[in-house]
Design a protein around this ligand. Structure first.
Ligand code: SF4
Ligand SMILES: [Zn+2]
Length: 138
């Protein structure tokens, strides 16, 4: 994901956000998602925000590809991604042909929205088969 630009630099931010407690705190609002204390600090800023509900509606209307990242409306980027994926119709696995929810597909570096076309079950089976082939005596 692209690094979060400073909040003040995001030109599509709505005017009502200018007085929100996150303004000018781009660093605090872009925590390392693997650091729970940092994430909790950013969420606390949102929880004290008078426009939290408005902000939640606003970010829900922005496509994931245009999402600026960081904590917004008390949600991390990955939480917003999960919510977005949960709204998508099931995807058909190109290996087993079964329709499955998006979260059944592992993340992929390429493609949008960044999920493999093969479900986790098929991925794991393929990995096991490759591993067994490598271990087999020649
Ligand atoms: S809810 Fe959070 S991200 Fe949204 S305007 Fe308020 S402080 Fe900023
Ligand atoms: Zn499959």
């Amino acid at each position: 994901m692209a690094a979060l630009r400073a909040y003040a630099d995001i030109d599509f931010y709505p005017p009502w956000q200018a007085t929100a407690p996150c303004t000018g705190r781009g660093r605090d609002m872009d925590p390392d998602e693997r650091a729970p204390a940092e994430v909790a600090r950013a969420r606390a800023i949102c929880h004290d925000c008078p426009v939290l509900e408005r902000c939640r509606e606003w970010i829900a209307g922005i496509p994931l590809a245009a999402d600026p990242g960081g904590v917004i409306a008390a949600l991390t980027f990955h939480e917003r991604e999960e919510l977005e994926l949960a709204k998508q119709p099931p995807r058909t696995c190109r290996t087993c042909g079964e329709p499955k929810p998006w979260r059944a597909f592992p993340p992929a570096k390429r493609g949008r929205p960044g999920r493999s076309w093969h479900c986790r079950t098929c991925h794991n089976a393929r990995d096991r088969a490759r591993h067994a082939k490598r271990k087999a005596p020649q």
